[in-house]
Design a protein around this ligand. Structure first.
Ligand code: NDP
Ligand code: PYC
Length: 338
């Protein structure tokens, strides 16, 4: 077992913030990023927690990302809010566009938030959870880099293309949330296996010759596989269409070409949708919320778990006890402060 060190959530946030600002990021961007990194570490989503500080600083040092550009908002159609991140990270752009997304969804019933020209590293559940906290249903998707082969192929075409969904539930219950890559696993998880010299399960990817392998580094050089074969492959293609072609931003292949091998965070767009149940249902809202609760009970009453149940349990534990962070990762982050 690798050595672990206990940190409070405030310590996680402060470390992320310091590493980012020390490497030239503006206070506003660093705060937005440190907040989401802390949420990832808190919910024990290690591939999108403190590990991402390394990637963000590598991206800052590559000179590709703007450390301080402020997002600007336009409204190309009544239900569409567009935020241009101007080649900075996505999270400040999301924070900037969220109030308009919520307001438009309340007015029109359905609304979209389009984020363009952003460097994007983060898990999507913090964003759909933020939408659900306003009583709205949220859906989010984004491309990444063309690391994932289509079903039946062996060369990267798709990104790891996550899809996230949140359904608000009556307080004090947490929303129903799922958030998964359309690859068999997030690339970050394969990178963590490679860092720790651990084998990966078959089915996560193939080597450069297209052969299945349990060697994490061979998959990082070869191609990742989709989850659920042709089904994940089709969903990954949909995300390239919806969150790249439809919003006028880069596909995963284009983002990878733009990177020029620097290993920076992928640069592309993101699409978020919000639906207002009150607008869909009017005075039938309570009845239909109850029908949703019946569905959730049918899952949990037989011993199955809801997606995000593990994460919400981890959140409670971390808020009480702090988080256990890999000591080697902490050493690598501390190196970034020199
Ligand atoms: P996982 O396979 O770990 O989990 C996917 C989802 O399935 C989670 O909501 C999880 O809930 C749920 N789940 C897992 N096991 C069960 C189960 N037995 N029963 C019910 N639900 C279950 O995620 P991925 O590796 O695919 O993705 C990890 C993260 O990486 C995501 O947050 C994603 O947004 C992020 N990512 C970001 C990218 C980007 O470009 N920005 C690219 C790719 C991924 P729980 O969390 O509670 O286990
Ligand atoms: O883990 O696949 C991933 C990923 C790509 C971009 C950010 N996270």
């Amino acid at each position: 077992m690798s050595e672990k060190i206990n940190l409070s959530l405030d310590q996680v946030y402060d470390l992320a913030l310091l590493a980012l600002t020390h490497n030239g990021m503006s206070a506003a961007h660093a705060a937005a990023i440190a907040d989401v990194i802390t949420q990832g570490q808190r919910d024990e989503c290690n591939s999108h927690g403190l590990y991402r500080v390394l990637v963000c600083v590598r991206t800052l040092r590559s000179g590709k990302v703007s450390p301080d550009a402020l997002p600007t908002v336009t409204q190309p159609a009544p239900a569409i809010t567009r935020v241009d991140a101007h080649q900075a990270y996505s999270l400040l752009a999301f924070q900037t566009g969220l109030p308009s997304l919520i307001e438009q969804a309340r007015q029109q019933g359905v609304a979209a938030l389009v984020i363009r020209n952003c460097f994007h590293f983060s898990a999507l559940w913090p964003e759909v959870e933020a939408i659900a906290r306003h009583g709205l249903v949220g859906l989010a998707m984004t491309p990444s880099h063309a690391w994932v082969a289509p079903e039946g192929g062996h060369k990267g075409v798709f990104g790891t293309n996550p899809l996230a969904f949140a359904w608000p539930r009556p307080n004090p219950t947490e929303p129903f949330v799922f958030d998964f890559a359309t690859s068999a696993i997030a690339r970050g998880d394969i990178e963590l296996h490679a860092r720790q010299n651990k084998p990966i399960p078959l089915g996560w990817g193939v080597d450069t010759n297209g052969n299945p392998t349990t060697d994490a580094r061979a998959v990082l050089e070869g191609a990742m596989q989709t989850f659920g074969g042709h089904k994940g492959s089709a969903l990954a293609a949909m995300i390239e269409l919806m969150a790249a072609a439809l919003i006028g931003d880069m596909t995963s292949a284009e983002s990878m070409a733009f990177d020029q091998g620097t290993g920076a965070t992928p640069c592309h767009g993101e699409l978020l949708l919000a639906f207002d149940p009150q607008r869909f249902l009017g005075d039938e809202l309570a009845l239909n919320q109850q029908r949703a609760e019946t569905l959730f009970s049918a899952i949990t009453d037989q011993g199955a778990r809801l997606p995000s149940q593990r994460r919400f349990a981890a959140r409670k534990r971390s808020e009480r006890d702090g988080v256990w962070v890999d000591a080697a990762l902490l050493r690598d982050i501390e190196q970034l402060l020199n």
